[in-house]
Design a protein around this ligand. Structure first.
Ligand code: AP5
Length: 234
């Protein structure tokens, strides 16, 4: 097969069969990086939302165990970035310790890199803790793909505070302390309704004050038909 280079970046194409200009797989290539990384008819994208301590991480573990989705928690991605000591990490630690939101472009870039890295083998994506602000959702759908469904775990501030303070006793997270928990809650309450109101048709609310298993029963009622539809399209 003849040698081909990618247009427009001119990187050599690694996988030459079938010949396709986007097969350079190079982060330098504008065409490759701006392509839609996920076909959501086959790989659903689920946003998992809720206040700090609402059980997003707990339910994501159960969803992964049942459906095998790829889990992308923006909090975990950011903590991993902080640990890496990269240039990008330098501004993150203090923002997270203040319970504020990390700049949108940093979060979106981390998410996009992770989605591209898993796009081939993923069965679907669980995007946990994103969007937390109106413009994050708009940027995600414009840059990556439309969201399939949004699951929102609803609980009172009292419940959220009680759970986080309970976890603080054994947690090594820098933001699990009384002062930062208050700030995390404020950041959440300041932005939440604006985020949710953008998606009246895709939003599914679940009462997150009940037991972990009762909540997961509700999650399955939402995800079972979506996963069945995606399986039929594959
Ligand atoms: P992140 O790591 O996402 O933290 P969070 O949203 O504050 O949520 P948590 O991870 O603390 O709680 P959770 O809802 O996952 O609950 P969990 O299952 O652990 O974000 C951290 C920071 O990163 C942010 O403050 C921000 O600075 C930054 N960031 C993240 N995303 C960003 C974004 N998109 N843009 C900008 N910045 C961003 O459960 C909590 C506890 O409750 C556990 O002890 C658990 O065992 C217990 N529990 C769970 N369910 C139940 C239940 N049903 N009944 C009783 N107990 C329960």
């Amino acid at each position: 097969m003849e040698e081909k280079n990618c247009f427009p970046c001119d990187e050599p194409i690694i996988d030459k069969a079938p010949p396709c200009p986007l097969q350079c797989h190079s982060p330098k290539c504008k065409a490759y990086m701006s392509r839609a990384p996920v076909d959501t008819s086959k790989k659903p994208i689920v946003w998992i939302l809720g206040g700090p301590g609402s059980g997003k991480g707990t339910q994501c573990e159960k969803i992964i165990a049942k459906y095998g989705f790829t889990h992308l928690s923006t909090g975990d991605l950011l903590r991993a970035e902080v640990k890496s000591g990269s240039d990008r990490a330098k501004c993150l630690t203090s923002v997270m310790e203040r319970g504020e939101l990390v700049p949108n472009d940093v979060v979106l870039e981390l998410l996009k890199e992770a989605i591209i890295a898993h796009a081939e083998q993923a069965k679907g994506f669980l995007v946990d803790g994103y969007p937390r602000e109106k413009s994050q959702g708009i940027a995600f759908e414009k840059t990556i793909a439309p969201v399939t469904v949004i699951i929102y775990f609803e609980a009172s501030s009292e419940t959220l505070t009680k759970r986080l303070l309970g976890r603080a006793a054994s947690s090594d997270r820098a933001d699990d302390n009384e002062d930062t928990i208050k700030l995390r809650l404020k950041t959440f309450l300041d932005n939440n309704e604006q985020v949710l109101s953008q998606y009246p048709d895709k939003l599914r609310r679940i009462n997150a004050e009940t037991s972990v298993d009762q909540i997961f029963d509700e999650v399955q009622k939402i995800l079972d038909p979506i996963v069945a539809k995606a399986a039929a399209a594959n």
